[in-house]
Design a protein around this ligand. Structure first.
Ligand SMILES: [Ca+2]
Length: 356
């Protein structure tokens, strides 16, 4: 085995729970393809910081209530961690109408000087086996390719210089995309923003209650209609041959600006698809069996799954990379997870506040 790449886990949304140690994939892929390291090019002309939004994010009041959380489909092995379906009561709260945008995150960085995890030099002590050549700031980036969907998700690679300002690497830029969801955001980065904004991340229960938009046990955030049925698209997901060709039948190949698709019943945009959204909870696939009914806060910690280097945090909602044949996790019941210091170019967040 070669030397390890440091930093974010490029596990990615499409990967179901596996025992494969995803975090070493960047090294495997880089070595296998003989891909050279990117120069970490940064210049003011491609910096989105001047796009900082001055308007406060729009928030929506979500009523309190009781709902059936989870999904129970014995024919679909991917729903195992969504079982058992159980009743949950959630108190009222406020939630961002959209995923946090590049413009909103730029304002936070501009005012605080915050440096995201992907922009920091990885701590060599944390990655004692790492090749020094990989101890450079960077993150996981999706790379379209022909691949075997039954194997590991080789379509993720570690790209030095990838971060929220340059989501696909140093030759890309979020400049001019202030209304797009900010991505390449770790859980830690999301928490830092939330504290600055006087908000917090939603619990997993709050997130699912909000995503369902007042509907009861429906498969999608908008109801029963399949994506594209009747020519109507309700979310930015993936059509085409995954992971090779993003056909963009829903109007967008890759990320879409927030509010590009209709809101759900609570007036919330992109609760399905576009970018993954962090929740405050630790991830525990067995939590639903023991969770309290009232305002479940998530488990005290997450179990260390074999092959992973640390417990994981929950993320929800899927992304523009969710493909029905491989990743159906743009539906309101679906769960996913990643380490708190890990991100990719499909992972962002939105915040909540307690009801006034
Ligand atoms: Ca799309």
């Amino acid at each position: 085995m070669g030397k390890k790449a440091p930093g974010p886990t490029p596990e990615g949304s499409p990967a179901p729970a596996r025992k494969f140690p995803f975090w070493i994939l960047p090294t495997i892929l880089l070595a296998g393809l003989g891909v050279g390291l990117f120069a970490i090019g940064w210049n003011a002309d491609s910096d989105p910081l001047p796009d900082a939004d001055t308007a406060p994010p729009e928030m929506v009041a979500v009523p309190g209530g009781t709902f059936w959380m989870g999904r129970d489909d014995p024919t679909d092995q991917r729903t195992r961690d969504e079982q058992p379906v159980h009743e949950v009561t959630v108190a009222a709260f406020q939630i961002d109408a959209t995923e946090v945008t590049v413009g909103q995150y730029a304002k936070f960085v501009k005012e605080t000087g915050y440096v995201t995890i992907s922009e920091r030099v990885p701590d060599a002590r944390k990655y004692p086996d790492a090749d020094p050549a990989y101890l450079k700031p960077g993150s996981a980036v999706f790379t379209p390719m022909e691949a075997d969907l039954g194997g590991p998700p080789v379509w993720w690679r570690y790209v030095p210089g990838a971060n929220w300002r340059h989501p696909e690497g140093p030759n890309s830029s979020a400049k001019g995309k202030k209304s797009y969801p900010v991505v390449q955001i770790t859980w830690d980065d999301a928490i830092a923003y939330a504290k600055w904004a006087g908000k917090r991340l939603p619990t997993e229960a709050e997130w699912e209650w909000a995503a369902r938009g007042g509907l009861d046990r429906k498969p999608y955030c908008w109801g029963d209609a399949k994506p594209g049925e009747g020519g109507k698209w309700h979310a930015n997901a993936y059509q085409g041959k995954f992971p090779e060709v993003d056909a963009g039948e829903d109007g967008f190949a890759g990320l879409a600006p927030v509010k590009s698709f209709p809101p759900n019943g609570y007036g919330l945009y992109d609760m399905s698809g576009n970018a993954w959204e962090w929740c405050s909870d630790w991830y525990d696939p067995g939590y639903y069996a023991v969770a309290p009914k009232e305002n479940p806060p998530g488990p005290a910690t997450g179990p260390l799954v074999e092959g992973e280097r640390q417990p994981q945090r929950v993320r929800r909602g899927g992304s523009f990379l969710c493909d029905d044949k491989y990743c159906r996790r743009y539906v309101p019941s679906a769960r996913d997870k990643n380490p708190a210091d890990s991100c990719a170019n499909h992972t962002g967040f939105r915040c909540v506040k307690d009801a006034r």
